[in-house]
Design a protein around this ligand. Structure first.
Ligand code: UTP
Length: 291
C-alpha cells in the first residue's frame, strides 16, 4: 500500500493582505508567540510521517531557509548560557526532516508554485501544505488525509464547512455523494460568489495529490486574479481520475489574513504553559476595563 513520503510547502507568495508587515519579511515567518508560522506547517508534515519536504520560496524569502538551517554561532552562545532546552529545540528543528528549497521565479499562483516541485516529486503521490495556514488538530491534518488516501489511493482534499457568505474567500467543492465525511467531488470552483457556489464546503490548505496533477497544471491557464490556480488544475484532474474530499477535524487559521493571525496568536498564547496564566489574567483585566 503506497504511503505519502514527500510534501510541498508553497511559501513564495507576496502576502499583500498582510502589508506593510510583509514588505521586507515573508508572511510565513510571522511569529505565533515564539514560533514562525511555517514551523507549525513543517512540524505537521513531520508528525504525519513525511521526511522529505520541499519549500517553494522566492525573492525576499531567505529568512525561511535560515530558520531551518544550523547556526553554529548561535549554538555556541546557547552552550555558554547553558540553555539546554533551547539547544534541544533548535536541534530538533534542523535535524528532523530533509528540507529542500526550490525558487519560484515569478509569483504566478499556487498551481505554478507546486509545479516547481515536479522533478523533485517524480511519479509518486505527495502532500501539499500551504505555508501560511496552521491547522490545529489532535491528529495532524495531513495524517488525517493520508488515512483516507490509504483507502482510496486517489487525490484527497481537506475541506471545512464555512458560512455560505464566506465561501467567496475559498476554493469550493461540488459533490455527488457523501459518506462518513468523505465527499466524492464532481467539480471545484475558486472563490465563487454566493450565487455561483455549489456548496458551502471550502477547500482548506491541505491536499494529497497524485502526480497526474503536474500535467494538469501544465495545461491550466491563468484564472481567478490572473494566477494559475491549483483549483483549476484540480478541475482538470477530475477529467482523468476521481477525487475525494475529507472533512478536517481541527481549527484552521489562514495566517495570511490579519484577523486570523491575531486569533492564532491569541489562542496559542492562551495554551502556552509558560504564559497562559499571566496572559489569561491580562485578558480578563482588559475585558473588565473595556466591556
Ligand atoms: P495566497 O493565496 O495566500 O497568496 O497563497 P499570496 O499571494 O501570498 O497572498 P496575498 O493574497 O497576496 O496576501 C497561499 C500559499 O501559496 C503560496 C503563498 O506563499 C502561501 O503560502 N504562493 C502563492 C506561492 O508560493 N506562490 C504564488 O505564486 C502564490
Amino acid at each position: 500500500m503506497q504511503r505519502i513520503r514527500k510534501a510541498v510547502i508553497p511559501a513564495a507568495g507576496f502576502g499583500t493582505r498582510f502589508l506593510p508587515a510583509t514588505k521586507a519579511q515573508p508572511k510565513e515567518m510571522l511569529p505565533i508567540l515564539d514560533k514562525p508560522v511555517i514551523q507549525f506547517v513543517v512540524e505537521e508534515a513531520i508528525a504525519s510521517g513525511i521526511d522529505d519536504i520541499v519549500i517553494i520560496t522566492g525573492r525576499g524569502k531567505r529568512a525561511v531557509e535560515d530558520h531551518f538551517d544550523y547556526s553554529p554561532e548561535l549554538m555556541e552562545k546557547l552552550e555558554k548560557k547553558g540553555d539546554k532546552r533551547m539547544i534541544e529545540t533548535l536541534n530538533n528543528l534542523t535535524k528532523s526532516a530533509d528540507i529542500h528549497y526550490i525558487r519560484q521565479a515569478e509569483q504566478k499562483g499556487l498551481g505554478d508554485a507546486i509545479y516547481c516541485a515536479r522533478k523533485h516529486i517524480g511519479g509518486e503521490p505527495f502532500a501539499v501544505l500551504l505555508g501560511d495556514e496552521i491547522i490545529d488538530s489532535k491528529v495532524p491534518c495531513i495524517k488525517q488525509l493520508e488515512q483516507v488516501f490509504v483507502k482510496y489511493q486517489r487525490s484527497i482534499i481537506g475541506v471545512l464547512q464555512v458560512p455560505i457568505e464566506r465561501i467567496r474567500y475559498y476554493g469550493c467543492i461540488k459533490y455527488d455523494n457523501q459518506e462518513d465525511g468523505i465527499f466524492s467531488i464532481s467539480d471545484v470552483v475558486e472563490k465563487p460568489t454566493i450565487q455561483l457556489a455549489p456548496s458551502n464546503i471550502a477547500i482548506d490548505g491541505r491536499y494529497i495529490l497524485t502526480p497526474k496533477i503536474f500535467d494538469c497544471i501544465e495545461s491550466t491557464k491563468a484564472g481567478y486574479g490572473g494566477e494559475i490556480q491549483l483549483t483549476d488544475s484540480i478541475k482538470e484532474l477530475l477529467k482523468y481520475e476521481p477525487i475525494y474530499a475529507t472533512t478536517i477535524e481541527g481549527k484552521r487559521y489562514d495566517v495570511g489574513s490579519k484577523l486570523d493571525y491575531a486569533k492564532a496568536f491569541f489562542d496559542f498564547t492562551m495554551k502556552n504553559e509558560d504564559f497562559s496564566a499571566e496572559y489569561k489574567s491580562h485578558v480578563k483585566n482588559y475585558l473588565g476595563e473595556h466591556p
